[in-house]
Design a protein around this ligand. Structure first.
Ligand SMILES: *Cc1c(COP(=O)(O)O)cnc(C)c1O
Length: 591
């Protein structure tokens, strides 16, 4: 069986816009807009925020993802907290622009046609970052192949490997057909790693893939950058060699084997990406170190994640910043100047966000929360390592805390992956605790269907952002960054980004690591009773100063503008400053 090779054939679609794209960013999920449900959580939101910052800062970048016609899923929760899921179909025809090339790739030895759709992300000055959505729902394709771009993280490993083949090989063919020849290919997580196979085929040209040399591999490496997002081995995509041979063919599979991509007899997408990239990074300093230990044969750097400020700052805070530091939109580092704004003003803007949260809870559940009552939020994917139920380890103690301080409100949200029974059980246990504890002084509510817009309301309206991941499972976490930017401090275990963002009593508080889960719960309660609630209820001025510190210190750093500068200077174009064209003028030295 001959495998179709990717070549650089010029086509009618070639134009200078596409030729000018210097970086191609590949991601299985991208949160492009709230009405486009092609993301599941942190990874997709990060990808979207990265592209929004690329648009704001004028980076010539093109992004590639899958169309996911049926979206991720809509979450329904029964009164007992039993999660059921529903497809989230959307209409690409209404929201995207069709692109003309359709290209064939080979999956399971048969041709699968891939076409593309386009959506532009437009930056503050009008710079455009196009996002290409790949689609296999085309009439000539066999009915099963037509479903390959339907469900994000749906189906089994066979379906997943087919999807990753569409993303990597299909994405490369479409870019070529458009006339894109970027200098750099950035793989956002291992799902996109098969793009390196297309580069390798391009590199070997007319030779057989079996004759690819170490030098060919190095040539591919020169063009690739890889970001890993998962701190535990089980989180990395792996496929049996049987499946790989079946889907990719024997020739490609044996090439991947030969280049060390199949440890323990499995095709491992992280290894594919590692073996074919010249720069690899984790997404926070600690995650870089953990990844380095996991992959001792590669050099792993770290670039800490961020969030896009103009996407996540609530409107009232944006207006305040527009008055005081209008440059923040073009360059998020200016948020540092929020330190020059009176704490009372920040507090007043926060109250607008909090009222919006209270209104949202009332609208969705009928429950009326109080404006002057301390409100803690926990919203994230319901994965067991995040321990949504740690707060309920000692229910009696939580109830006493609420009584002692005269009120405590807790808002939850989060989806469990449809196959994650343990995650679903955790949601039920939060419902169970809420039912047992709810009183006039302690109100606990779980909101359905956590997604972009709800995330924005929660991160802006909470008084405290709670995060309780088991160490070291949280690669970075970004919701706490959204909160910080809105002046909301965090209480969290010291994992992921919080190791870097945490200044005790200034930007938030740490839950200290304990021998047991109960120890960590104890630390959580102690911070609430001894530090956080006394400060909130008895020293509002000092509380407002903490809000201001969160915004000025953490908001100005944990944003995707800073993150992207780091990708550009460390990963995409290292030493770019040195390669600026020389100026043929003699500079006069001033004495
Ligand atoms: C920001 C965001 C996430 C990621 O936040 P974590 O801190 O990693 O949990 C997930 N889902 C949504 C909807 C978000 O907005």
């Amino acid at each position: 069986m001959a495998s179709a090779k990717v070549t650089n054939l010029p086509t009618a679609n070639q134009d200078s816009f596409w030729q000018d794209r210097r970086v191609a960013y590949f991601s299985m999920e991208i949160a492009v807009a709230p009405e486009i449900p092609t993301y599941s959580g942190g990874l997709g939101v990060l990808a979207g925020d990265t592209l929004r910052s690329a648009a704001d800062t004028g980076l010539p970048l093109v992004a590639v993802t899958l169309l996911h016609r049926r979206g991720y899923f809509r979450q329904h929760l029964s009164p007992d907290g039993v999660q059921t899921e529903q497809d989230a179909p959307w209409e690409p025809e209404k929201l995207l622009e069709p692109l003309s090339p359709a290209e064939a790739i080979t999956i399971q030895g048969r041709p699968v046609m891939v076409r593309a759709w386009r959506k532009d992300i437009v930056g503050v000055d009008g710079h455009v970052v196009p996002v290409i959505f790949l689609d296999t729902d085309l009439a000539p394709n066999d009915p099963w192949d037509r479903t390959l771009t339907d469900h994000l993280y749906g189906g089994d490993t066979f379906y997943r490997l087919c999807q990753e083949t569409v993303l990597g090989l299909g994405g490369m063919r479409i870019l070529n057909a458009l006339g894109c020849a970027p200098d750099v290919y950035h793989m956002n997580e291992g799902h996109a790693a098969l793009l390196t196979l297309a580069l390798l085929e391009e590199q070997v040209g007319d030779r057989e893939l079996a004759q690819a040399t170490e030098e060919d591999r190095e040539q591919v490496c020169e063009r690739c950058v890889f970001t890993t997002h998962t701190p535990v081995p089980a989180g990395h995509d792996r496929f049996s060699l049987d499946q790989a041979q079946h889907i990719l063919g024997a020739e490609r599979t044996s090439a991947l084997q030969r280049f060390g991509c199949c440890p323990e007899g499995m095709l491992n997408m992280t290894y594919v990406a590692l073996r074919f990239s010249r720069y690899v990074n984790g997404v926070a300093m600690q995650h870089g170190r953990v990844s380095q230990e996991m992959f001792p044969n590669s050099t792993i750097h770290a670039i800490t994640n961020g969030v896009h400020a103009a996407t996540w700052l609530q409107p009232a805070m944006q207006r305040l910043l527009d008055e005081r530091v209008p440059e923040w939109r073009r360059d998020n580092l200016y948020l540092r100047f929020a330190i020059g704004i009176a704490p009372e003003e920040i507090h007043a803007r926060h109250m607008e966000g909090k009222r919006k949260l209270i209104a949202t809870v009332a609208e969705r559940t009928g429950l009326k929360l109080q404006e002057d009552c301390f409100t803690l939020c926990f919203a994230r994917r319901a994965a067991t390592y995040k321990r949504a139920d740690l707060l309920f380890t000692d229910r009696g103690r939580l109830a006493r805390i609420a009584e002692e301080f005269g009120g405590l409100q807790i808002v939850y949200a989060g989806k469990a992956h449809p196959h994650d029974e343990a995650g679903k059980a955790m949601i039920r246990s939060v419902f169970d605790a809420a039912a047992a504890l709810n009183s006039s002084l302690l109100r606990i509510v779980y909101l359905e269907n956590y997604e972009w817009e709800l995330g924005a309301i929660l991160t802006a309206g909470a008084d405290l952002w709670l995060n309780t991941p088991r160490l070291p499972y949280e690669a970075s976490g970004t919701s706490g960054m959204k909160a910080a930017m809105n002046g909301v401090p965090s209480l969290s275990t010291l994992d992921g980004w919080w190791i870097e963002g945490w200044i005790e009593g200034a930007t938030g508080w740490a839950i200290t690591e304990g021998e047991t889960e109960a120890d960590e719960a104890n630390s959580l309660y102690e911070k609430l009773e001894r530090e956080i609630l006394p400060l909130y209820y008895r020293d509002p001025r000092r509380w407002a100063e903490i809000m201001r510190m969160s915004l000025a210190i953490n908001g100005s750093f944990f944003n995707t503008h800073r993150m992207l500068y780091q990708y550009v200077t460390n990963a995409y174009f290292p030493g770019a400053g040195r390669s600026l064209p020389r100026r043929e003028v003699e500079l006069q030295m001033s004495r």
